[in-house]
Ligand binder design. Structure first.
Ligand code: PEP
Length: 256
């Protein structure tokens, strides 16, 4: 990570875990552990139902709140969906878009990821855009092509000014929730490829300023090595973000 040039962001993705009561307990445990850890931005991306109570609970701390998905329409007959304006009013500042679980289980495409990202930016949210290759794509040697295409389509129509609010998370799908982590070299290489795509579209100054996280079984034991890499500006953390001590240890690793 290169803190001189860009913001380090450690974000937890709670996925479909923790109702408001459990969310409250986790935030209470986390707050004292992260006090004064000001070298990175700390975000928790929580289930929709937890957003208002977690937003209330984190007041007075440096923890920011995010959601895990957003619909691209402002309102209307979209049963079960949540708009960006609703998330803002509920207290969210960040939102994950294009997580591989949304792509895999809920039919998200690069095109709908672009629409969601655009809607999030329109509402003033900070999107965390997830891109990453399947194991089969890595084995075929097309990782660079896959993440480049995902990044380019997701950012279609987004100008350099709006890009400043976008965080990109490189998440190799084969490393998510599997306990198998990309090596720090693999993470650095692909984060660098994504930075190259940004440079091609927006210029190198913009590319050097964009925060690119690694996600995929990041945990206390491997965080320091991953975060030490030049192109890795933080982490998107699933499983380990559900344990206050583990999430805090990853935040500690980002302090150096
Ligand atoms: C994620 O959900 O984005 C993720 C990286 O999960 P895990 O850390 O559990 O692999």
């Amino acid at each position: 990570m290169n803190r001189n040039l860009r913001k380090t962001v450690i974000a937890g993705n709670w996925k479909m875990n923790l109702a408001p009561s459990g969310a409250k307990t986790l935030i209470e445990e986390l707050k004292p552990l992260i006090a004064g850890k000001d070298k990175c931005e700390i975000v928790v991306c929580v289930p929709f139902i937890d957003v208002p109570s977690v937003a209330e609970k984190v007041k007075g701390s440096d923890i920011k709140v995010g959601a895990q998905n957003v619909h691209f329409m402002k309102s209307g007959a979209y049963t079960g969906e949540i708009s960006a304006e609703m998330l803002v009013e509920a207290g969210a500042e960040y939102v994950i878009v294009g997580h591989s679980e949304r792509r895999q289980y809920f039919g998200e495409t690069d095109e709908t990821v672009n629409l969601r990202l655009t809607a999030a930016l329109d509402a003033g949210l900070k999107p965390i855009l997830c891109v990453g290759e399947l194991l089969e794509q890595r084995d075929r040697g097309i990782t660079a092509e896959v993440v480049s295409m995902q990044t380019k389509i997701a950012l279609q129509g987004i100008d350099a000014e709006r890009l400043k609010r976008v965080i990109i998370a490189y998440e190799p799908v084969w490393a998510i929730g599997t306990g198998r982590t990309a090596t720090s070299e693999q993470a650095d290489e692909v984060c660098g490829i994504i930075r190259g795509v940004i440079a091609g579209k927006y210029g190198s100054d913009t590319a050097e300023a964009v925060t690119i996280q690694y996600g995929g079984s990041m945990k206390p034991g491997n965080a320091a090595e991953l975060l030490a890499k030049y192109n890795v500006d933080g982490g998107l953390i699933g499983g380990a973000s559900l344990k206050a001590a583990d999430f805090a240890a990853i935040i500690d690793a980002a302090q150096n």
